[in-house]
Design a protein around this ligand. Structure first.
Ligand code: AGP
Length: 599
């Protein structure tokens, strides 16, 4: 996934483009670049690496202008290099393009253009857009682009400028693009966080639409050139949403924000008498549910299975979205398919929900990013209300997904005419407070992080509803500290992984009190007997544990069905502090991007 931003207005564009790229950098940070238009033509400066490198580039000082486009890249075609960085020129350096997405048929297009004499400078798919534009451009930029777009197979959120036109033209298909509407200025960006403080209103483009931005006006057209009246809405985010507020990293800020973000997920939806969700689908007749997601969102789906089956007795299947989209999964009108996604732009999840919609199944999105593609693709959406999550490693969005799945399970239970357990409702309302207490393990976690930061391997183990927490804890550690970590159901150790155990292997068990507690104790015993090192997360002191564990982290006790929301906290902190102590880039780990909008 990449980030694009652009501006046309009365002010110098450079500082805004650089600031905008910094806000979009979590979408991809292999390289970045800007193109500015002024009376002498177009000027491009681009760099490998993070935006701060571009910002310090001496070549920027000579660039002035009030129209510009910019790009921060997560490489798909062509390694991170200055030549492969966007923006890309046409042959005559009179047209420039920035692109987020994949042009799947770029090879035949490139061959055709090279035969016609076009000279390419990069290995990217995106550069074909600039040369196709050159092929059709006769002075009207929008008309030229409308001729190019039908030739492109794949996805794009793109913007083009030319040295001869006082405008920016943008186009969307499969990648997000939002318009920023201001006075004496128009902007666009891949997501609304880049527009905060610049414009009061926004409008989302739909697939197969283009927009022509001028200093004081904009026009949206569909692929036939027909003018479209967009839904204009207020930009509701503010600067605090995208600042670190004194934390060293966004990830740490977002970990500590979880008491508040869980409270936001519950607010207006749950009280001691019951649950209220605005879902415009009749769920009374649902008798099968399929939960889809990728990565951390797949982990919250695994927890959702326990929550929904325990509370509604409806069978739940969980599938990787990337697998589901290619599976022959017979779906009926009594099935409900739920897509879980923080960004709402994950290509596999979007494709999976589109496939689900080909059947008669009902679809709901549990999404954080308002107005995102998955949110708009589903018949109904329940927003996580977690606020923008900037750190690439998902934390508050994960706990908000689990909280929202809990609310949905309670809602379906009510729709099925089943009684709500008042004691559980009361316990749910204690979640923000208990998550706050779980955060108080930070000092103990810092000691463990310092002790184990040079480990080469970890195994995370949990049972029942804590098994997905073992998976999530392992993913957090590996994706930001680059230490190899695996998560397993604790009983699975006997079926192979225990061969890995010796005095150098650290096994982290989630062993809080529920009906599986004694079973997990025996699994701990099995590891102990093979000299494995044992770290335990538990909720009550117990001699049987203290005699076996090398390290114990105590978290608050809560109803077992809610325990994942408490038990994940020390694991998030552990991953964060290990990575930070290793001097790694916690918010922008290598090879990753915040949302994977390519297959
Ligand atoms: C989680 O820490 C990762 N960044 C990644 O696994 C992420 O959860 C996955 O790519 C799904 O993203 P989504 O929730 O935005 O769809």
């Amino acid at each position: 996934m990449c980030g694009i931003i652009g501006y046309i207005g009365e002010k110098e564009v450079k500082p805004l483009l650089i600031e905008g790229l910094k806000r979009l950098e979590y979408r991809g940070y292999d390289s970045s670049g800007i193109c500015v238009k002024n009376n002498s033509g177009l000027s491009i400066v681009k760099n490998v690496g993070k935006v701060e490198k571009l910002e310090k580039d001496a070549r920027l000082s000579s660039i002035k202008g009030k129209v510009g486009i910019a790009h921060t890249r997560w490489a798909t075609h062509g390694e991170p290099s200055e030549l492969n960085a966007h923006p890309h020129y046409d042959c005559k350096n009179e047209l420039a393009v920035v692109h987020n997405g994949i042009i799947e048929n770029y090879v035949p297009l490139k061959k055709m253009l090279e035969k016609e004499g076009h000279k390419f400078k990069s290995q990217t798919d995106s550069e074909v857009i600039a040369h196709l534009l050159e092929k059709f451009y006769r002075g009207n930029l929008a008309e030229a682009l409308l001729k190019v777009l039908p030739l492109l197979q794949g996805t794009y959120g793109l913007a083009v400028i030319s040295k001869k036109n006082e405008e920016i033209v943008i186009a969307k298909k499969g990648s997000p693009l939002v318009l920023g509407i201001g006075n004496n200025k128009m902007l666009f960006a891949s997501d609304q966080t880049a527009l905060i403080n610049y414009v009061p209103n926004i409008a989302y483009l739909n697939d197969n639409e283009i927009a022509i931005l001028k200093e004081n006006s904009f026009e949206i057209r569909n692929s036939n050139g027909k003018i479209i009246k967009p839904k204009i809405e207020a930009l509701k985010l503010d600067a605090e949403d995208i600042e670190k507020n004194g934390f060293e990293h966004y990830m740490l800020k977002e970990i500590f924000e979880q008491p508040k973000s869980i409270k936001r997920a519950l607010s207006g939806r749950l009280n001691k008498d019951g649950v209220k969700l605005s879902i415009d689908i009749n769920l009374k007749k649902i008798n099968r549910i399929v939960l889809l997601g990728c990565g951390t969102s797949w982990h919250s789906a695994l927890i959702g299975k326990y929550l929904i089956e325990d509370l509604t007795n409806i069978p739940v299947e969980v599938d990787y979205a990337s697998e589901f989209r290619y599976r022959t999964n017979p779906l009926k009108s009594s099935d409900l398919v739920i897509a879980l996604s923080q960004s709402g732009e994950t290509a596999d999840t979007l494709a999976a929900i589109k496939k689900a919609k080909e059947s008669k199944a009902k679809t709901i999105g549990l999404v954080n990013a308002v107005g995102s593609s998955i949110a708009r693709e589903c018949q109904s959406v329940i927003y996580l209300q977690a606020g923008p999550e900037i750190g690439v490693a998902s934390t508050k969005a994960f706990t908000s997904q689990v909280t929202t799945l809990l609310l949905l399970a309670l809602y379906i239970r009510k729709e099925k005419g089943m009684k709500l357990d008042k004691k559980l409702l009361k316990e749910i309302l204690t979640l923000p407070k208990k998550v706050f207490s779980s955060l108080q393990t930070e000092n103990k976690i810092k000691e463990l992080a310092d002790k184990f930061k040079d480990n080469k391997n970890f195994i995370f183990l949990g049972k029942g509803v804590n098994f997905p927490i073992a998976l999530e804890g392992a993913l957090k550690l590996k994706e930001i500290s680059y230490i190899h970590a695996e998560g397993y159901p604790s009983a699975e150790m006997k079926h192979g992984p225990i061969a890995l155990v010796d005095e150098n292997m650290h096994c982290l068990f989630i062993c809080t009190h529920d009906h599986t507690y004694d079973k997990v104790l025996s699994n701990i015993e099995e590891v102990k007997a093979r000299k494995g090192k044992i770290i335990v997360i538990t909720d009550k002191a117990d001699d049987k544990l203290t005699s076996k564990a090398d390290e114990i982290i105590y978290v608050p006790h809560i109803d077992p069905i809610l325990a994942p929301l408490i038990n994940i906290i020390p694991l998030q902190l552990f991953a964060y502090h290990v990575a930070n102590m290793k001097g790694l880039d916690v918010d922008k780990p290598r090879n990753l991007a915040k949302s994977v909008t390519v297959e």
